[in-house]
Design a protein around this ligand. Structure first.
Ligand SMILES: [Zn+2]
Length: 304
């Protein structure tokens, strides 16, 4: 058993005892050389990144290359962007086929666009000014730049709120869930997709896990810990999915061959990526089948 860490204050439940699991660095983007601890709260079980960088400094861990642009070019969009957005929309449509939808952490608004074109009155909110400006200019989508906790959307105005790989980035996830519950109509649908800290790939790769993403990921949820938070905040979980179209196999491949790998020639790295893709897809399908997928999606209803 590792010794408890101090100082530690759980960002979910306020607990002050935690177990250090391992240390990790920013292997994906190298924005800092600092080492972070992954600490599991002894009270609520949620793993988190310690120390949690101050909120006003978080921007410096998101390099320009973090937000992919160029995505609205029609041919590129159809081939590269649209398939995964459609799969996300398929999940939403199992529960709602139309209505008002807010995508939190929408980036350039790819999902907002797909939802808008398929029956929803959709809009998005996003921290990155560059991503919002790009999306509104190139994608003709309705986006707001800023912090959900500071913006004033009308209360009880949305049928659906989605967070695709976003909640783990937010310094105050519980406050965000409270705000979302206020913004949703009673019985409204919340969809949250996050990396799965309980996945096979997380356990195998540990500090080198691609989706660990410190210090951009502040929380490392499992289906069990996120279900507990949702229940406490007034949501009933309706469904859990473990088959992500893009993130699960990428998690395995990305862990094996880091994005900014410096070893080997470009051609050699490319060959490994191409060769590794079917293998990673197969492994991702197997871990998802055993409910240990690299990412998971919870669909919940706001309790009436
Ligand atoms: Zn806790």
């Amino acid at each position: 058993m590792n010794p408890p860490v101090t100082p530690f204050k759980c960002g979910i439940c306020g607990g002050t005892a935690g177990e250090v699991l391992f240390a990790a660095r920013d292997f994906n983007f190298h924005t800092t050389e600092e080492s972070f601890s992954i600490v599991r709260c002894s009270a609520c079980g949620t793993a988190q990144t310690v120390p949690r960088p101050p909120e006003n400094s978080l921007g410096r861990f998101y390099p320009p290359s973090y937000y992919p642009t160029g995505g609205f070019d029609p041919a590129y969009y159809r081939r590269t962007i649209q398939p995964s957005q459609r799969k996300k929309l398929d999940i939403v449509r199992r529960f709602r086929q139309s209505g008002t939808l807010l995508d939190v952490g929408c980036g350039a608004g790819f999902f907002v666009r797909e939802a808008s074109k398929n029956g929803f009155s959709a809009q998005g909110i996003e921290f990155s000014r560059e991503a919002v400006e790009f999306g509104m200019r190139e994608g003709d989508v309705r986006l707001t730049e800023g912090d959900l906790l500071k913006t004033e959307f009308p209360l009880s105005s949305f049928e659906v709120v989605t967070l695709w790989q976003v909640l783990e980035h937010l310094p105050r996830p519980v406050e965000v869930l409270k705000r979302i519950r206020a913004l949703l109509k009673p019985g409204g649908i919340l969809v949250i997709a996050v990396p799965n800290f309980d996945s096979v790939q997380a356990r195998v790769f540990r500090s080198r896990w691609y989706h660990l993403e410190v210090p951009r990921h502040l929380y490392h949820f499992t289906p069990a810990t996120l279900r507990k938070v949702l229940d406490a905040e007034g949501f009933d979980v309706l469904a859990e999915y473990q088959h992500s179209p893009e993130h699960n196999w990428a998690g395995i491949l990305g862990s094996l061959f880091p994005l900014v790998a410096s070893k080997g020639s470009y051609a050699g790295r490319l060959a490994r990526l191409v060769a590794g893709r079917p293998l990673a897809r197969g492994a991702a399908a197997i871990e998802a089948a055993f409910h240990r997928g690299g990412t998971f999606t919870l669909v919940a209803a706001s309790r009436q």
